[in-house]
Ligand binder design. Structure first.
Ligand SMILES: C[S@@+](CC[C@H](N)C(=O)[O-])C[C@H]1O[C@@H](n2cnc3c(N)ncnc32)[C@H](O)[C@@H]1O
Ligand code: SF4
Length: 448
């Protein structure tokens, strides 16, 4: 089959609920029960330099579409209590690595008051030695972030900001319960540039209620005019059972999977025409951005925060729901704020789930990361690195790839297996073939 002849329908047939593979094994598979001593040992072994993630769960209001771990709070004392608990957690760490990356995510970290932000950054500065050139980034909701807060962040060493933009279409924003002033976004971009910040990121979403090609095109026109260095273009995940507030979104207004695919494709084409490089699954970056350069030279890496440029860094995750990604162990803290407070108060580590990676997991993590970051597998590389006979080891998986090859999504050359231009849209579906923990029924259930 000529990939160019593949219809939207054929692509959409493969579309279903496959993981986004921000980690492998994926978080629902983390079922190992570790003792406090084992957790202590894992944390004591974090290599320097490391990457630190701190989760700040508070938001001013609940956006209806939100899938993040957050709580609405109008009370700044709630954040004081949270910072007390974080401080306690940091004091009790068996080892504090030096940092090359530090990221504050949420929720909305800039919901904190200025004195609270100062307290948090001072706390982190004092606790973790900094490597020269450390990148310090933060997620920002433009509507709750004043110019003064941005200035303060820069004064405290922030080098990169990520703005939650989602859409510029007022009808779409209304339908997701997110009133937003577009001028705030432009003003923050200008101010950040004035401070010399690089690697500015916008989060955008396709597949939202009332979104269509035209709405998407107009949003991207505004985006391209502001020229962020990076863009994350996420597909809206509608999971009203897990996130009951999403019930406020009218399911009849949601685009079909073919419409979602069309939105993604037209957004991609518009961004590529504007000079952006398509990176991995859902990221775009200007050619002189570090992420685009890492992609061009095959150094792109993926962790639960998204695509990154430093593969070798272990991630230490603090705060409610925070994930640590250490070389052989994943640890996630309690996602429920009350439980997390209780655990910290009791002097425990607050770990809710954990995963110890065996040799097979490490191999498959490598295979899936290669698909997600480079869209190509070179069997001889995997054989050299993992001491396996590729054809024998992955015989069932190679068999399962055959229908995808026949559909023109995967191409097998003499020394490599790669995704075709169309297949790249279904990279998660192809990666899922190599996921030996995913139930057979879930396989091929979707990907765009
Ligand atoms: C923690 S928020 C970003 C910072 C800030 N709270 C804000 O909303 O501006 C992380 C990002 O996750 C994405 N996101 C949240 N819920 C989502 C969903 N249900 N489906 C897809 N992406 C989602 C949004 O693009 C959002 O900007
Ligand atoms: S999208 Fe951002 S601001 Fe809105 S509820 Fe979620 S975390 Fe909070």
């Amino acid at each position: 089959v000529d990939p160019a002849e593949l219809t939207m329908e054929a692509l959409a047939r493969y579309d279903a609920a496959v993981p986004r593979y921000t980690s492998y094994p994926t978080a629902p598979e983390w079922r190992d029960v570790l003792t406090e001593i084992e957790i202590e040992e894992a944390l004591a072994g974090v290599r320097s330099p490391a990457s630190l993630y701190v989760h700040v769960p508070f938001c001013r209001e609940q956006c209806w579409f939100c899938g993040c771990n957050m709580v609405v709070s109008g009370n700044t004392r709630a954040a004081d209590r949270y910072l007390d608990a974080l401080e306690r957690q940091i004091e009790r760490l068996p080892h504090r690595p030096s940092l090359l990356r530090q990221h504050l995510g949420g929720g909305t970290p800039t919901w904190l008051t200025q004195p609270q932000l100062v307290r948090l950054y001072d706390l982190l500065n004092a606790a973790f030695p900094r490597q020269p050139g450390m990148e310090s980034s933060i997620e920002i909701d433009p509507d709750v972030t004043s110019d003064e807060v941005l200035d303060q962040l820069v004064a405290m060493g922030v080098t990169r900001i990520s703005l939650g933009v989602q859409s510029f279409d007022p009808k779409v924003l209304h339908a997701i319960g997110r009133p937003q002033d577009p001028d705030r976004i432009g003003a923050l971009v200008e101010r950040a540039r004035g401070h010399g910040l690089r690697g500015l990121n916008f989060d955008l979403i396709y597949g939202l209620p009332h979104q269509d090609d035209r709405s998407m095109a107009r949003t991207l026109q505004e985006v391209v005019a502001l020229r962020p260095d990076r863009i994350a273009l996420y597909g809206y995940a509608h999971l009203p059972r897990a996130k009951p507030h999403q019930r406020r979104i009218d399911p009849a207004a949601l685009p079909s999977s073919i419409e979602r695919l069309r939105q993604f494709l037209s957004a991609r084409d518009q961004l590529v025409r504007a000079g952006y490089r398509w990176i991995g699954l859902d990221h775009f970056a200007l050619p002189d951005d570090e992420l685009a350069q890492a992609d061009a030279s095959g150094r792109l890496h993926r962790n639960f925060m998204g695509y990154t440029t430093r593969a070798e860094l272990e991630v230490l995750g603090l705060g409610v729901s925070g994930i640590s990604e250490l070389s052989g162990t994943y640890l996630q803290q309690h996602p429920h704020l009350g439980q997390w407070y209780r655990a910290v108060a009791a002097g425990e580590r607050g770990v809710e789930r954990a995963c110890r990676l065996g040799a097979e997991d490490v191999l498959r993590r490598d295979v899936i990361a290669r698909w997600m970051c480079r869209q190509v597998l070179i069997p001889s590389e995997l054989e050299a690195q993992h001491g396996i006979d590729f054809e024998r080891h992955f015989a069932p998986e190679l068999q399962r790839l055959v229908p995808l090859q026949q559909a023109g999504l995967v191409e097998r050359g003499t020394d490599r297996i790669e995704l075709s231009a169309q297949g790249r849209l279904l990279v998660r579906t192809v990666a899922a073939v190599f996921d030996h923990r995913l139930g057979e029924h879930e396989r091929f259930s979707a990907g765009i």
